[in-house]
Design a protein around this ligand. Structure first.
Ligand SMILES: [Zn+2]
Length: 331
């Protein structure tokens, strides 16, 4: 919208000043008045387009993608982590704090996904609008049906994933919950555009439903397929699409593969005739390489977030990519 107005404004003013030179015949005055009022209207729109943009900072690219879908041209969104970075471990940079200082809305995946870096960045920003509990703070995990919530006995072990598995955006139906939370946040900080956000939310919901039918149909022949994963970040995806993750390369979430774990995984692959080991762009392939050589299982690097690979531009591309990769590997 802003591009149209930038172009329209000088043209309208040009036409208006040309008309000024003609004469004061009533017809022309009326015409001029009309043109001037269009000029004033476009100028107002032009100002509004810039003044009204809601500045959003998200911790991850998946939150960014969904915010852009719901917020459309009313928002400008930056993500702190890239799509090929491990979201548990992000090195803080001063530019992240700068963005947070100027933000109207902050969106976090929550639980303990970003616990090592985002709370510190948030407090360093000193932006009261986006602190936990403020109108501009969105915890996208609100209302998610969490999987793998550990018993209190396990919490003492100091692992990551202490509140339940935080990789919930990898179930497209959870994308709807995330979108609802983001829309609520946008409506709190920008109530005048509530109708706009609600309309985008409804179209997002329909698009998720129609795409999910397509993804489920593609995955249906492989229901129950046993696989190995590197890190425990696929449980929501696994549950939605009926896969069976037998074990992980990491003995515990966040703990690198150990020789004894590799031996265990090799035996499991052999005894279950497992065809695929799935990993993520931010893990080294060295241990999967060893296991793959010993067993013949195929290594597959899937996308855990939007932007993991250049072809994955939005939340829908993420599932298109992963479903297609898996279908090809499991054939
Ligand atoms: Zn994790």
């Amino acid at each position: 919208m802003e591009h149209i107005n930038i172009k329209l404004f000088p043209i309208v003013i040009g036409v208006a000043s040309k008309n000024l030179k003609i004469n004061n015949k009533q017809k022309n005055i009326l015409k001029m008045k009309r043109i001037l009022s269009i000029a004033v209207f476009s100028f107002t729109l032009f100002q509004f387009a810039y003044a009204g943009v809601i500045k959003v900072v998200t911790t991850t690219t998946d939150m960014k993608s969904i915010t852009e879908i719901i917020g459309g041209n009313k928002v400008s969104v930056t993500s702190i982590a890239t799509g090929y970075q491990n979201p548990h471990f992000v090195d803080p940079k001063p530019s992240y704090i700068m963005n947070l200082t100027n933000a109207d809305l902050f969106v976090t995946v929550g639980l303990d996904l970003e616990t090592g870096w985002s709370p510190q960045l948030l407090s360093s920003s000193r932006n009261t609008k986006i602190q936990k509990g403020a109108n501009g703070y969105v915890d996208a995990s609100y209302g998610i049906g969490l999987l793998q919530v550990p018993s209190s006995a396990n919490r003492a072990e100091g692992d990551i994933h202490i509140f339940g598995n935080p990789h919930y955006w990898l179930d497209p139906l959870n994308g709807k919950v995330i979108a609802r939370n983001i829309a609520n946040g946008l409506e709190r900080v920008d109530p005048s555009n509530k109708t706009f956000y609600e309309q985008n939310l409804q179209s997002f919901f329909s698009k998720i439903d129609s795409n999910l039918r397509k993804w489920e149909a593609k995955m249906a022949p492989y229901k129950g397929s046993k696989i190995i994963a590197y890190h425990n970040e696929w449980v929501y995806f696994e549950t939605r699409f009926g896969l069976k993750i037998v074990d992980f390369m990491e003995p515990k979430p966040g703990i690198p593969p150990s020789p004894s774990q590799l031996v265990k995984v090799i035996n499991e692959i052999k005894s279950n005739n497992i065809k695929v080991i799935i990993s993520s762009p931010y893990f080294t392939t060295s241990s999967s390489d060893v296991v793959s050589k010993q067993t013949g299982a195929k290594e597959l690097t899937l996308a855990t977030s939007v932007g993991a690979f250049s072809s994955i531009k939005d939340y829908f591309d993420l599932f298109d990519y992963n479903v297609n990769q898996l279908v090809n590997a499991l054939k």
